[in-house]
Ligand binder design. Sequence first.
Ligand code: ATP
Length: 351
Amino acid sequence: MFGGTFDPIHLGHIQTVAALQKDLKIDQIRWVLSAQPPHREQPQASIEQRLSMLEIALVDFPNMVSDDIEVRRDKASYTIDTLIHFRQSYPEASINLIVGSDIMASFNSWHRYEEILNVANIIVMHRAGYPNDINPVLQDAITEDWSEVIKTAFGNVFVYAAPPVPISATQIRKAIAKASDVQDSLNPDVYEFIQQNHLYVSAKSPEKQTETHENIMIESPVQADFSAAPIQFDSEQQVQMIVESLEDNKALDIKVLNISEVASFADYMVVATGTSSTHLRAISGNTVRELSRKGLKSIGEEGLDSNEWVLADFGDVVVHVMRQEVRELYDLEKLWDPEVRKALAEESKKS
Ligand code: ATP
């Protein structure tokens, strides 16, 4: 199983997975389309468009199959659920989850990640431009002999040194938006499909604008990224990145409070509203993951079990995402309004 957003599928996917299938002699690879990626921004192309591109790109590969199992589910869809489904269909088979090495840093934040090796093996495929470290939670399962792994149904981690193909979907989308040529990075028929459907020509597609929070899917929050060195962003840059991510994840009523003069624990507080407990966790989890990928690491998340609020701490900026009722109750905007704080401080000095 090779899962992804495939927004769009590109030669980085195809060439590495084709090499892997040939070298490891894998009977069939199922390309499972994610409705909403657990660890990414919302896709720009629609599910149907991404599925069409998958099908077009895989036409020449009889032993690679596109699979829409996750996008057909009407509830949150996780990798573990898909693997269990495959396990039920093929009780004895060696089932292998293929992942690019870029997802290793956040693997231990995936939903029920501990169960994945009880159902499948994991093949970590090198991805050009990313560290090839294996997440510590998988270290003990590493097996270097593929002939052993392929004989087992589940439980092993195998590292595959894929040929480096430094292409990314994000770069392709950005290049198209800037009218740069991306032909070399795509299957020619996928390229034509993108052109015919005017995909990625602007930053936000109509689907993206009409997407609702119910569609946002999450895995659980990312832990500290153990592999990549953090990049330094000043607090204003952090605020900008956070607000953009909150907006992308459909957070409502986003307010930024400059608390640098009245608090020692952070420079800014960002408050936003989520419409359900799932939405709260999606907003916070996706924001933490997206920013981690951009080099802005969070120190931690709190409140994930509360169903009412989530706090994501980025050091200089603290983000509170709350249900509307809870937001009204705490009224952080008022509590941390610099003017109100100063007035309170004055009052307490007098008394
Ligand atoms: P982005 O550019 O936004 O990172 P992506 O190219 O990673 O997107 P996805 O569809 O999310 O696209 O990726 C699906 C899987 O493919 C992931 O496991 C990812 O690690 C892997 N992958 C993507 N590009 C490459 C590549 N060039 N080489 C190896 N693996 C890749």
